[in-house]
Design a protein around this ligand. Sequence first.
Ligand SMILES: [Zn+2]
Length: 300
Amino acid sequence: MNYQYTELDYAKNIYENGFQSKQHEPTELRLVATYMRRVLDYKPKKLREEMYRWCEDHISGYKKELYYKRIHSAINKACQKGSMLTNVESIAFFKYETDYINGLYIMDNTDEQKESEYSYECKKLLFTLLFKMKINKFITETKRTDSDFEYQGKYFKGGQKKYTELKKLAKLPDKIRIHEDIINTLWINGLVTPMFNGLIKLNFMEKLYEIENSHHDLDKTVVLQIKDYDRVGWYFDYYNQDEKILFCKECGKIFRKRSNRQEYCSNECFEERRRKYKAEKQREYRQSSGRGQLKKSESP
Ligand SMILES: [Zn+2]
């Protein structure tokens, strides 16, 4: 799970239980300080005292002289203007956005005009990139200090790792090659432009901003609320009526069915539902036998 999207929960967890990963200690220390400053509302003097106390309690082998600099830097960042912790509850997609993506005609070759065999996967990737721009917009605009600032993301940058993550997020089939099959096809169609070192310009985002600015009667019906930020591509499948994509009857998470009758995302959810069902049956049984006894005592 990407902690950036549930920063508030993540910070609270560290504050209560200590560091979650050795590798990210400086970030986590900053989150603790920000939590104390913004959520617990500690003023700078108290914040400093509490930070030292927290470190003593939560860091094994803690030595003030070793941590002094790190603590100081975390406190500084926590007190900066615009520092805050947000949870992104959900990301909404509007009808005009999904209409735009679904309405694209994607070709392998602009001379032949035949629809590409990767057309659907290309749209699924555009949908995922749009999601990324939307979530960045939400976070950037929540933290902005200038209220007129409007985020208009139109680039994606990454090395191999970032592209592998993107492919996973978009839920593209394993056999699909993200650069050769997808990015390249999108490029042929003018929807993205590769620049250099893994940087691509998202021309389709520019087109969407243009649509937003030039149409006054856009259909802003919310057609999807994305809540699971690890499984974005499945929402696109769901929207396009893929019958294998469902929401779990127990936890509400989106998942892909592995068999026809599967109704729960995991064994845990299935067991949980069965446990609740049993408890409910037992309660019913106790109630009805309770009533039986009452009747006996009522009768003369
Ligand atoms: Zn579930």
